[in-house]
Design a protein around this ligand. Sequence first.
Ligand SMILES: [Mn+2]
Length: 359
Amino acid sequence: MKLGLGLYRHALNQQNFRFARQCGCTHIVAHLVDYFKGASPAHADDQPLGGQGGWGYAGDPDKLWTLRELKTLVRAAADEGLKVEAIENFDPAHWHDVLLDGPKRQRQIKNLQTIIRNVGKAGIAIMGYNFSIAGVAGRMSGPFARGCATAVGVEGRTDAPIPNGMVWNMVYDRRAPQGPVEEISHRQLWDRIKRFLDDILPVAEDAGVKLAAHPDDPPFATLRRTPRLVYQPALYQKLLKLHASPNSGLEFCVGSIAEMTEGDVYKAVDTYSRQGNIFYVHLRNVRGKVPSYRETFIDDGDVDILRVLRILKKNNFDGVIIPDHTPQMSCDAPWHAGMAFATGYIAAAIKSLNQIAKA
Ligand SMILES: [Mn+2]
């Protein structure tokens, strides 16, 4: 098991690469979508939150991530002793009509194919994605975690409709006509992801890139009057069966799975790691489940994180584990302190498991 750190776009710099190495990380997961454009800059040091208007503005629809840009990132990380394991999330600007089955779908499938090819050529193994119309929405923050640390939580499901021009909790068209996004069934959404996988996986196989699916965060069956896909642990299996491929797997988010109302997080970790479906892990803790939960420090929620890691080790999981979100710690660097605490905890657990395995 390898320790990594996830870095948002604005944080992809030498200082944070060194911070990651100092935490003992060997890998990074890079976000190239700028979640904070047009949003309150006060949030830029934490995970993005946003209100009904979402996180902010999506990127430039005509500017795909280039091979040069990706290679520069890989080299900059390598210069500090880090490997870029994955790119996490497509930009809504590049695939909104894939999610919405809109008129630009075909062109945008080509966008995604181009991006996948570039990711492969840059030597990056995994592309993480979250096939979701509402995206990560309807959360709040407050002094919920131990010691009054600011953390994220959910209290009830939001049914506020998504306005036209917005998807995945970001605005891709500020001039879209007024009105809500079309309401569709779960079946229609499953059909959309199947077509997405059918179009993208052959290219991913050819490019040597693995596609890793994040489950729904928060895991409601519907959110903002739109269906969701993986809001119970067993639905991951349904996703994997849509288009069987060694390049189709999971961006396995332990926190989101623990928030689901059915199943058992340890059983899910065991099943999917034994099957070899987990491409990388988001590791965080939480107290409660939908419709009411609070994110916690890694050692302080409902999930026995050490047990999760023992199961991964038992099943020979050899991928990268990154802390997912963490509460903000009271100091001049709340995000960094939270990540340093989480990575230290995970690093100690991995070392201990390795020693037990050797003994
Ligand atoms: Mn996650």
